[in-house]
Ligand binder design. Structure first.
Ligand code: 5CA
Ligand code: ZN
Length: 481
């Protein structure tokens, strides 16, 4: 039985990742615009399965789907001062139509606040329209200057999920953030991804937000990846875009707004967190093929392994599984290799002896364990094994995450963590921006923020290692993607 190997996966993660995206057929990064990649069929199928879950969650929580144009007039883009400041050096401009310069130049959306909110001000009239909850999954464009990487940091984010909501009060907007966190938690469980939530420091909030929170996973090399964010805007954008509603008493008030954003980074996290040296390991929930059946014919055998394989496949399909029978005329070992690379969670091998004995061999992708089961128990065993795989992926990832969070008291200890296995360092902090920024500099790391909700971040009896004052919070630092 093969053993799980994670040498290259952890020690040369970048190389492992880039090779895998190509060999497993996820995206092709040879497209001639830097930071913009081509989705390949297999990668797209996995991403669509993630999106299906997101659409279902949106329906469950009463968000309506919309689609806004990708172009935004300069005049709309410039209405919220903080927002422009945050994005002006990242937007792509459309300045001409044919040969004529445009009167009002257009930007390609980097996110859709400035596209949506002038329309919100037309649509939202009274308290009866609230809460107002919409979302879209679209491509957005950001001229990223940090190192670009497929799915992780792209200049065309092709599967950008953004939910935008408007509320009567701050309290109701806070309820929305709680709902977003619950949706995110269900999605993370669906992807078998353990994560941490932090409230961003003031200097790293989303441009225009009152506060921002982020969800992070730890990648195989110990760096963190932000895979989701929620923002409470309070009335900042409502004032800039004049989004008012009539209260029950006939007064006019600005709405409170929130957003919730994610992208194909979710897929990057799944690939990275669950993978090993043999390739991807997909959670059964999103695997385009959950079970691959490999018939192993033998020349002198009289029984038909192909018919037997199809019979099992049909039965599994009827039970609701996504199944593929690999009938290619190549050696079984080669087939195993291909499907392991592509992360198919479960393989069934059937040879003449299995046909004669009415048996089948189940081989797990996550542990490489093999068991022989009775033919009439196959459906039941497949169901049990896929569940076990999902659970094992989650537990393994959870252990990895937990072993990469270290609480320390001094800068020296924090530095040692970043030299050793990296991950996330938690350190006492007085709460002052000056100390936070200095710690970022000394550690050559980013402050992810403080644990969320804030009650979990408060500490007593510790000193800020920089200024020696009483520490108010635990602050998290990491090298980030
Ligand atoms: N308007 C808000 C909420 S929708 C917003 O744009 N927030 S964001 O800038 O934090 O982006 C939301 C999520 O998109 C991030 O958490 C991250 O998962 C993803 N994302 C951001 N930039 C990129 C990028 N260049 N490539 C891939 N994913 C990205
Ligand atoms: Zn301090």
């Amino acid at each position: 039985m093969a053993k799980v190997k994670r040498e290259k996966w952890s020690k040369e993660f970048s190389e492992w990742y880039n090779e895998l995206l190509e060999s497993a057929g996820i995206v092709d990064k040879r497209y001639p615009v830097k930071g913009m990649n081509v989705w390949l069929p297999y990668g797209l199928k996995i991403m669509r399965n993630i999106e299906k879950f997101i659409h279902a969650e949106m329906a469950r929580t009463g968000h309506e789907e919309v689609l806004f144009p990708a172009l935004i007039p300069e005049t709309e883009f410039q209405k919220e001062a903080e927002h422009i400041k945050g994005f002006e050096d990242e937007v792509y401009w459309v300045t001409h139509a044919g040969l004529d310069p445009l009167d009002v130049r257009l930007i390609l959306r980097p996110t859709s606040e400035t596209a949506m909110y002038s329309m919100f001000s037309l649509w939202i009239r009274s308290h009866a329209d609230l809460p107002f909850k919409v979302y879209q999954i679209v491509n957005v464009y950001r001229y990223e200057t940090k190192h670009t990487r497929p799915l992780i940091r792209v200049r065309e984010i092709s599967r950008f999920f953004e939910a935008h909501t408007a509320h009567e009060s701050y309290e109701d907007a806070e309820r929305q953030i709680k709902e977003d966190l619950e949706i995110f938690d269900r999605l993370a469980k669906f992807l078998a991804l353990p994560y941490i939530i932090s409230k961003r420091p003031e200097w790293d909030k989303f441009p225009g937000a009152y506060y921002s929170i982020g969800a992070e996973v730890v990648m195989p090399d110990g760096r963190t990846l932000q895979i989701g964010t929620m923002h409470n805007y309070r009335q900042n954008f409502a004032k800039a875009y004049n989004i008012q509603y009539e209260t029950e008493t006939g007064d006019h008030e600005f709405v409170h707004q929130t957003t919730f954003g994610m992208s194909e980074r979710l897929l990057a996290a799944v690939i990275a967190v669950h993978g090993d040296d043999n390739g991807m390991v997909l959670p059964p929930t999103i695997a385009p093929i959950q079970v691959v059946i490999v018939p192993i014919p033998k020349k002198e055998a009289k029984v038909d392994v192909f018919a037997y394989a199809h019979e099992i496949a049909e039965e599994l399909r009827e039970a609701g599984f996504r199944v593929h029978v690999d009938e290619r005329d190549i050696r079984p070992g080669r087939k195993y290799y291909d499907w392991e690379l592509k992360g198919v969670p479960l393989r069934i091998e059937v040879g003449p002896r299995d046909v004669e004995g009415r048996k089948a061999v189940l081989a797990r992708r996550d542990t490489f364990e093999k068991v022989t089961v009775e033919r009439d128990k196959v459906v039941e065993e497949v169901r049990k094994t896929l569940d076990a795989i999902h659970e094992n992926l989650y537990q393994r990832a959870k252990e990895f995450l937990e072993s990469h969070i270290k609480r320390v008291d001094t800068i020296e200890e924090a530095k040692a963590v970043f030299e050793d296995r990296r991950g996330i360092v938690e350190i006492p902090w007085c709460g002052e921006e000056e100390c936070g920024l200095k710690m970022e500099e000394e550690l050559d790391a980013k402050m992810l923020g403080i644990p969320y909700p804030e009650e979990r971040a408060r500490i007593e009896g510790k000193k800020c290692p920089l200024c020696g004052r009483e520490a108010k919070f635990i602050a998290r630092f990491a090298r980030t993607y």
